[in-house]
Design a protein around this ligand. Structure first.
Ligand SMILES: *Cc1c(COP(=O)(O)O)cnc(C)c1O
Length: 344
């Protein structure tokens, strides 16, 4: 695959803005910086951040085992998803395919970028309908968004189906792995070498416990990452975010411990939720949340709010009638949830 064949024509010919901190960085300690109109007095963050996040990227590259040339960080993975639209999708001409029920931002970003969205609903078992998806493809289909484990259904997609889509679709396949750390399966990022049309996204917002710093991750071929580097805002990951990310990576054992706790709590909730009479179905989960079908989602949602518990009502989503999405909390929070559900 030649990435240039899939890019919007003007992105191909675009020249990147070279920012001051691209050319020289603070690690050159002997230098006097009067190039970026910064305030020279130290505040800890008086300098612009490293546009390439070299220190964080080196640590992450080492942790994940993939070259830094294949990694891009974004202001949340939502920024990464937006870059994908801006690089590949010509407004009012190209289209993308999503698989409802799924993460709402794909459609919002498509609308924002004035790009047509085609929808291939999941099968009733929440697996992708390969035939329906491929039937939607035409010459202007640029991207298929695959979310696995999927939000809000919480399940991993069948690997054979995902691989078939990657192999058969002549365009970009985005695999959104926001919940990969809870899933116990391997990442699709190992596929990038063999299938250069794959882009994998992950995030520090869920398992890494850093939703507040907005740090998203993208893996792709070096050619695609080079394009994203060209079109991203130069200082898209701020200095405090880079510092917090580094700090968390240096304490990776506490991240792993928290993931273990959450998975243990998930298994406990899965067992106990089935015993509750207003819950008609508990769907399996490979993520840090559980989708349940209740007797009356709007009623139960409001009752829970009155009792101080906020859940996500997914009843208007495809295949999710009367479904609530419950995030796995701490042990105390989960006990509170179970106690209240039993009392209703
Ligand atoms: C939460 C979530 C994200 C997270 O995005 P950030 O912008 O990195 O916080 C991405 N994809 C899915 C499917 C999610 O559920």
């Amino acid at each position: 695959m030649n990435v240039a064949d899939f890019l919007r024509p003007h992105i191909n010919s675009l020249k990147a803005y070279s920012s001051a901190r691209d050319e020289f960085s603070e690690s050159d300690t002997d230098l006097t910086f009067i190039d970026a109109n910064e305030n020279p007095y130290q505040s800890g963050v008086n300098r612009y951040p490293d546009p390439q996040q070299k220190q964080l990227k080196a640590l992450w590259s080492n942790y994940i085992g993939i070259d830094t040339k294949n990694i891009l960080f974004g202001n949340g993975s939502d920024e990464v998803l937006d870059l994908i639209f801006r690089a590949f999708c010509e407004p009012q001409k190209d289209n993308v395919i999503i698989l409802p029920p799924t993460y709402g931002m794909y459609e919002v970003l498509a609308q924002l970028n004035n790009v047509e969205v085609r929808k291939a609903e999941l099968n009733p078992n929440f697996q992708p309908n390969e035939e329906a998806i491929l039937n939607l493809v035409d010459d202007f289909t640029k991207v298929i968004f695959i979310c696995t484990p999927n939000n809000p259904t919480a399940n991993n997609f069948d690997q054979d189906i995902v691989m078939n889509l990657i192999k058969k679709f002549n365009g970009i396949v985005v695999v959104d792995e926001a919940y990969i750390d809870f899933s116990g399966r391997e990442s699709y990022l190992s596929q990038i070498k063999s299938y250069p049309n794959v882009i994998v996204t992950q995030t520090f917002s869920k398992a890494f416990g850093l939703a507040g710093i907005r740090l998203g991750i993208c893996y792709a071929t070096a050619a695609i990452i080079a394009v994203f580097n060209k079109i991203k805002p130069p200082y898209n990951v701020n200095e405090l975010t880079q510092q917090k990310g580094i700090e968390r990576l240096e304490n990776i054992n506490s991240v792993k411990h928290e993931i273990k706790q959450i998975v243990t709590q998930r298994e406990r909730l899965l067992k106990e939720l089935v015993e509750i009479s207003l819950i008609e179905k508990v769907y399996p989960s490979d993520a840090n949340f559980i989708l349940v079908k209740v007797d009356d989602a709007n009623l139960r949602y409001n009752q829970l709010i009155h009792l101080g518990i906020v859940v996500r009502n997914r009843t208007t989503q495809a295949l999710c009638e009367n479904c609530l999405r419950l995030t796995v909390g701490t042990e105390e929070e989960n006990i509170k949830l179970l106690t209240i559900l039993k009392s209703l």
